[in-house]
Design a binder for this molecule. Structure first.
Ligand code: COS
Length: 381
């Protein structure tokens, strides 16, 4: 559905589908209930390279194209959006390195994700307790001391923080310059002064780790600065432009699963003498769910068409894909619950979990209010 993929691309998608069905599905409900990470599935996923799909081949990754990655992320999220989030988050951290890093930095960072140096997990450290939507309001600071940078601050809601062996941390390097005074740094997990704080006990995506990162006089060498001094905020925004469509793919995965669960139920559930799918009230609801899901997928495809066309500004299209897919995943999951009725509300069936997983799609990687700011900003210009 959605993407037109060739045999080679489909091979990877089918591998991901089979992996998710075999390794994640059987444990998803229990891990969700107990807030337990599926470490064995993560380990096997890293071994196959599902966390390194985006790393170019020259740096040891799969070098997969984004259409394939979108379809893979959808398959993962269909089974469990928490697992999709966890296995995909290293790519989020990698993006600023691919955008701004030197070839040496790219190789160095990629090695942590491929497992040559680290454990396959990397984390993107932008958000702070007082800097979520207003990403430029962070207080983390980096001060030059000889040929090192000394970083102090606290990051929060960081996906994979508890697992990551390497981070990209955004910090103020010049307080007087606003967004132009923020820089990005590569920081390894084992640097003295870096510790992991509170882990979030979340409503959904409970198979992913989300935690605080505390930086107390963490020293990194000069060559850990990414790109140009003072360009960190721009790199963060460019990263998010590329990352938001991945969130959209996960949202589509959740919606697709809700549609499939509701359709299967509606075909076998009989009321007033016929399967409820034959009642137009249900049939039309399912048709709307299908329509919304397919259109969300098309918005993702549209984004990548534009990206591959070589156009440089695609913030609006990224925001549209993320915002629309996030919103419809919540709507579709809610509709699935309605179709299953009491069973939809019961934890015995998977659909209530889909709603809990869908909700984050309107919040992380920029709330849908921020996406509307980006879209509105484009209109204003
Ligand atoms: N690409 C490149 N540069 C960008 C950009 C983009 N998509 N968006 C903004 N910039 C640049 C601007 O051009 C501006 O540069 P100049 O100073 O040279 O003019 C600079 O960044 C500041 O831009 P702006 O004034 O628009 O920034 P704001 O502080 O108003 O923030 C929003 C804009 C709200 C869009 C931003 O803070 C945001 O995306 N917030 C949400 C953060 C988020 O998604 N967090 C999720 C957590 S990470 S998983």
């Amino acid at each position: 559905m959605g993407y037109i993929l060739n045999e080679e691309q489909m091979e990877l998608v089918n591998l991901a589908k089979k992996f998710a069905e075999q390794e994640v599905k059987p444990i998803a409900a229990e891990c969700d209930r107990e807030g337990k990470l599926p470490m064995e599935a993560y380990r096997k996923g890293v071994e196959i390279g599902f966390n390194a799909l985006e790393i170019p081949e020259e740096y040891g990754g799969a070098g997969a194209d984004y259409y394939t990655i979108a379809a893979v992320m959808e398959e993962f999220a269909k089974v469990d959006a928490g697992f999709a989030t966890g296995i995909g988050a290293s790519s989020l951290a990698l993006k600023p390195v691919l955008i701004a890093g030197t070839p040496e930095q790219k190789k160095y960072f990629a090695d942590f994700i491929t497992g040559d140096k680290g454990n396959g997990f990397a984390a993107f450290g932008l958000t702070e307790p007082d800097a979520g939507s207003d990403a430029a309001a962070g207080k983390t600071i980096a001060v030059k001391d000889g040929d090192e940078w000394v970083i102090n601050g606290r990051k929060c809601f960081i996906t994979n923080a508890g697992l990551a062996s390497i981070f990209v941390i955004f910090a103020i390097t010049d307080k007087t310059r606003g967004t132009r005074g923020i820089s990005a740094f590569i920081v390894e997990r084992d640097r003295p002064g870096l510790s992991i704080g509170k882990e979030e006990d979340k409503m959904g995506i409970r198979l992913s780790n989300t935690a605080d990162v505390i930086l107390e006089d963490v020293r990194v060498p000069e060559d850990h600065l990414l790109g140009e001094l003072g360009k960190g905020f721009v790199y963060a925004m460019q990263t998010l432009d590329l990352a938001r469509p991945t969130v959209a793919s996960m949202a589509v995965g959740v919606a697709q699963r809700a549609l499939e669960e509701a359709t299967a139920y509606a075909k076998q559930r009989v009321t007033f003498g016929k399967p409820i799918i034959n009642h137009q009230a249900i049939m039309f609801k399912l048709a709307d769910m299908d329509m919304k899901t397919e259109v969300a997928r098309s918005a993702i495809k549209n984004f990548y068409d534009i990206y591959y066309s070589g156009r440089k500004n695609f913030s609006r299209e990224a925001a549209i894909a993320k915002c629309f897919a996030g919103d419809i995943s919540v709507e579709v999951a809610l509709d699935a619950i309605q179709i299953l009725g009491g069973y939809g509300y019961s934890r015995e069936y998977p659909v209530e979990k889909l709603l809990r997983d869908a909700k984050i799609m309107q919040i992380y990687e920029g709330t849908n209010e921020v996406q509307r700011m980006v879209i509105g900003g484009a209109l204003m210009r």
